[in-house]
Design a protein around this ligand. Sequence first.
Ligand code: HEC
Length: 480
Amino acid sequence: MDFPIFHLDFMGNRWLIAMIAIVHVMINHALAVGFAPLVTLMEYRGYLARKRDPLEQKHWDELAYKFLFVAFVVTTTLGALTGVGIWFSAALVNPASIGSLIRVFYFAWFTEWIVFVCEVLLIVIYFLSWRKSNRSEKAKLRHIRFGLFLSIFSWITMAIIVGILGFMMDPGSWLSDKTLFSGFTNPIYMPQLLFRTPLAMIMAGTIGLLLVAIFAKKDNPIRPKAFRFVSIWTLIWVPHVVIAGLWYYYKIPDLMIGNLPVALGTQLFQQWYDKLLFVMFGAVGLAVIIGLWTLINSRRIPKWLMVLPIIGVFIFIGMFERVREFIRKPYVIGDYMYANAIRVDDYPLLQRDGILPHSTFVSVQEVTEENTLEAGENVFLIACTRCHTASGINSVVNRFERMYGKDNPLNVEAMKTYMRNMHNARYYMPPFPGNEKELDALAQYIKSLQTYPRPIEGAQLNGTPAIEDDIQKIKEKIIN
Ligand code: HEC
């Protein structure tokens, strides 16, 4: 409404955010939040062995350094880029929602930025001063302390962002008192944080096992000990992730099911959840089996087998994020703003007047006999393209055809009847935000898409009509 609309018709915008975000979460959880304490603990393990066996310390120290090397390279490049990329792509796709979030979480984000800068500084210091720290016992101890700080700061960055993610699912008491504190302490915050923390540690452990297999060669005297060390690390977190996961699981359905009047919707949502629970136990179970196996007998275990729990846990986190994003629908911020970037409170006004007169960057502001299809396209851009495309993934034509039969010509009246009630038919879709005339224009436009399939282009290709009109007017003024 208040912003030009960016849109990718071949794959939909959601994929753009999803691809960046999932890569980021995997790197952040496994190699930052999880690896920092694992590497620090490993270095400390070597430090403890220094008196008994200096050579053993040297081996631990080298292995920990190689672990850190991997984490350092990946987190400071792909990790940092995708981290910024999430907010960049989310702000591109849904500027209004990021705008609202910034207003609520201004100081949280500001703190996040400071903590993040500290985190980067700490990992640079921790990594670059490693060799020097081997000069004396005192230097080593100081170095380990840096590792500890790095672990704490990495965790805090996650702890802040989880506050915002939880808020988007359920703002809780913020809806009435609108303070940063109430937004941050939303009902889903704690279960989500307590769930993600051990999950990050397990993810680090699964990668750690593979790295031991790669970096500690067969003749390395600490190889069995290192395997045991990392498998114990992984196994210790398993009960935490299961308990917190169940807490989280039972926390969300209760809250959300209460908001959902449609039984069918809840079933669909329940199905997803059951699948997730299944994958979670599968992935964690795999990590447990490999962990126990290496604990008991690390000699016999083939390297390729170590890859399995990594794949399992990573599929699980991917699915988890997908479900978390999905069940929030139809809202982008629970009970406050719909995923189409329109606030719940603005609906009565828009449904009376129409959305076009209240939108800045549209090519027409009123539906007339002559401009029906153009108006319909504008309505489609505003009301549907945050989730649908005209001709790509999850295309609206395809969705209607699936309902009414692929070979039947779409019926304008039938589509209108459906759209008037779409939020009841499918709980994850927001109600239609415009007035009757706009509904008609939209239905005509969708029908025309079936007859002449064509992609719809966003402001990045189409430009912004309102601004171009202004430029035109200014030019005319200058000429005259
Ligand atoms: C918040 C995201 C979102 C918005 C906004 C949205 N939809 Fe949907 N819609 C979905 C999802 C998700 C599906 C299910 C896709 C699937 O089955 O894979 C869906 C399915 C549909 C279906 C098929 C329903 C069925 O029962 O099979 C139709 C028709 C549809 N949408 C039309 C629209 C129209 C028209 C608009 C705009 C006025 C719109 N949607 C806006 C998310 C959205």
